[in-house]
Write a protein that binds this ligand. Structure first.
Ligand code: HEM
Length: 407
């Protein structure tokens, strides 16, 4: 890889305000689009920030996320960072090759536009219940804790066909898997084994009495294809959906509301024309500067040529999706948050063979929350000045610690 002096970058990059992008992104895109990233572990990898480069790499079907058997760059030093840091969604969901494509094809059948339309009224009722509870407990409130955190976990429980009374246990497990500061190693291990036991029983129950949930659909679909997913793959899929779909969406709900209220003319524009909710959600997804400081990773199993710069086989590549989303080569006036922007081909859900399977669900959740808030709490505003918002200093998923609001 060709290197120059300004190509070594320590991740995560700092930025001025909690909603602002690091100034360094622009310099990297312009002057050093293939840089060297140094991680907290001390390991290094290649760092990409341009839209075209990242899209080309993610679209290349030869490459996947680094797995335990690859000698990829580690983010956290040994012993730090928790289970999900270096091997997201491990367990036994196939991570690469034919097995992954088959798993993806089967699971992808669940997230149809028709199903999202069918899920919408239930989701709206959940969001209304949460917003009403928040309103009852009085202003100010933390919107992330009151709405952002519970809604996606309730949605995932419904998706898996778990009864509503188990929602609190799911919330606890999910938090314990991802929130490495709040729980001891033993608590995290305990949560893993409790979740595995729960999911194993749930899979057995769905095999005996299928329902409308994703596990029943997977059992049915894989039978129809001749070769069923094993019980451990089904259990791992439940775990994967919780890990991939809870914290990400919870944080995005909080960031969406913060970004829209940071300049209240945006909120007023939406109140005046609620039909902008769809494009507004896409624009918030594009403009989010807190997707996680290490980006999306790929492990190169062959040399990869990027406009003449050859990244050698064995390199871990860090793709800063949110830097790509502000690339002036792909988006006119990329730093303007334009609620009417269309088309908006942002990379927030990744791309290629690992692109987010739950993106239609995440979009529906974000749209529903925004619609309900505009309707129920039109006077909503941030209860603290923007610079006082605190970032989550997590290792993988980025967001705000709290989103204090009043109305
Ligand atoms: C706003 C919320 C979300 C964001 C920003 C997000 C983002 C992403 C990204 C960037 C990837 C690609 C990772 C990679 O290329 O290595 C991904 C993969 C994935 N996401 Fe999401 N996601 C969100 C919500 C969800 C939800 C709600 C679900 C399901 C309940 C979900 C399920 C998945 C799954 C299963 C994968 C793995 C796909 C594969 O490896 O083939 N995500 N997500």
């Amino acid at each position: 890889m060709s290197q120059n002096n300004d190509s070594l970058v320590r991740l995560p990059l700092p930025s001025d305000g909690p909603l602002d992008p690091p100034a360094e992104w622009k310099r990297l895109r312009e002057r050093c689009p293939v840089a060297t990233a140094e991680l907290p572990s001390g390991d290094t990898g290649a760092l990409l920030t341009r839209y075209g480069h990242i899209k080309a790499l993610l679209s290349d079907t030869r490459f996947s996320r680094p797995t335990a058997e690859d000698s990829g760059a580690r983010i956290a030093p040994e012993g730090g960072g928790g289970a999900s840091t270096n091997s997201d969604m491990s367990l036994s969901v196939p991570q690469k090759g034919e097995g992954h494509l088959r798993w993806r094809r089967l699971l992808g059948k669940y997230f149809t536009a028709k199903r999202m339309t069918a899920l919408r009224p239930g989701m709206t009722a959940m969001a209304e219940g949460l917003v009403d509870d928040m309103a009852k407990s009085g202003t100010p409130a933390d919107l992330k804790a009151a709405v952002g955190f519970p809604l996606p976990v309730y949605v995932i429980c419904d998706l898996l066909g778990a009864p509503a009374e188990d929602r609190d246990r799911f919330s606890y497990w999910s938090d314990a898997f991802l929130n490495v500061d709040r729980y001891t190693g033993d608590e995290t291990k305990g949560a893993h084994s409790a979740f595995l036991t729960y999911m194993t029983d749930l899979v057995a129950a769905k095999r005996a009495r299928p329902g409308e949930d994703v596990i029943s659909m997977l059992i049915d679909e894989s039978r129809a294809e001749g070769e069923g997913l094993s019980d451990s793959e089904l259990v791992a899929t439940g775990m994967g959906l919780l890990v991939a779909g809870h914290e990400t969406t919870a944080n995005m709900i909080g960031k969406m509301v913060a970004m829209l209220l940071a300049d209240r003319t945006r909120w007023e524009q939406l109140l005046a024309d609620p039909s902008l909710v769809r494009t507004a959600v896409e624009e918030v997804l594009r403009s989010d500067a807190n997707l996680g400081g290490f980006g999306t990773r790929r492990y190169l199993t062959e040399d990869f040529d990027l406009d003449g710069t050859v990244l050698p086989s064995g390199t871990t590549v860090f793709c800063l999706l949110s830097a790509a989303n502000r690339d002036e080569r792909a988006f006119p006036d990329p730093n303007a948050l334009d609620l009417t922007r269309s088309p908006n081909p942002h990379l927030t859900f990744g791309g290629g063979i690992h692109s987010c399977l739950g993106q239609s669900l995440a979009r529906t959740e974000l749209q529903v929350v925004l619609e309900v808030l505009l309707r129920r709490l039109p006077n909503l505003e941030l209860a603290v000045p923007v610079p006082e918002l605190q970032r989550v200093e997590g290792l993988t998923v980025g967001g705000l610690r709290e989103v204090p609001v009043r109305w």
